[in-house]
Design a binder for this molecule. Structure first.
Ligand code: A5P
Length: 233
């Protein structure tokens, strides 16, 4: 039996072409993509330059011999491969379970193509069942939290570790509030409304950014979803 995350990652990495500048995501599925890119560099002499979406992914990419650049060195990226926490209607995504949503969104927006890789568990309904991560400036964050609570009652400051009294800090020194929405009816509208709150830096809702989503399966097959809902096997 194959790992569905690895199946999706290997399929996505086939889209990486010689000479490309790529973005690499964060999380356990993106880690399989980093490995597969590293293997292609070794076996085929593939030339790529990569921007990482987190310090964790940057370290891992360096270990796999992937040449890294700063995003400021380029105008755009050819392709980004990243995971997601939940996939919804018209390829709206919830991201940030790994805390990297801000850099992931900057990299996604800079990319001509964004391939999302995951297993089937990311497809469950209703959309919004996975807590929605929101990156918040530490200054006055409890007041920002109260504004987030106008959208849902359960808004939890993410701790550094499960029982730690210390808050989790992102690579950019931000806190993360996880919003337990249960369901999100209109993802673009919610993203827009949350971003109007001054202390909110970024929202883990990715609307209109994914070019396609690849779901891997244990038997090795991959199902592809495109933004217009048309699924083909
Ligand atoms: C990281 O901040 C997230 O957006 C990840 O893409 C997400 O958490 C997926 O992680 P897994 O691949 O480990 O499920």
């Amino acid at each position: 039996l194959l790992d569905p995350k690895q199946v999706a990652a290997r399929k996505a990495v086939k889209a990486v072409k010689d000479g490309m500048t790529i973005g690499i995501g964060t999380g356990s599925t993106a880690a399989f993509a980093i490995q597969a890119i590293g293997e292609r560099i070794k076996s085929e002499g593939l030339h790529v330059r990569a921007v990482a979406t987190s310090s964790r992914s940057r370290e891992m990419a360096a270990e796999w011999g992937i040449p890294l650049i700063d995003l400021c060195e380029v105008e755009a990226l050819d392709l980004t491969i990243d995971g997601a926490d939940q996939v919804g209607p018209n390829l709206s995504l919830i991201k940030g379970g790994g805390g990297a949503l801000l850099r992931e969104k900057i990299v996604a927006q800079a990319s001509r193509e964004l391939i999302i890789i995951c297993d089937e568990t990311k497809r469950h309904t209703p959309f919004g069942q996975h807590p929605l991560p929101v990156a918040v400036v530490p200054f006055g964050h409890t007041l920002t939290r109260r504004r987030l609570e106008r959208f849902c009652q359960k808004v939890l400051l993410r701790p550094k570790a499960p029982d730690s009294p210390e808050p989790y800090l992102t690579d950019d020194g931000l806190y993360i509030y996880d919003m337990h929405m249960e369901a999100i009816a209109d993802p673009p509208q919610l993203e827009q409304r949350l971003k109007q709150i001054v202390g909110v830096v970024e929202v883990g809702l990715f609307n209109g950014l994914a070019s396609r989503v690849l779901f891997g399966f244990h038997d090795g097959h991959v199902e592809e979803l495109l933004p217009d809902h048309s699924a083909h096997l």
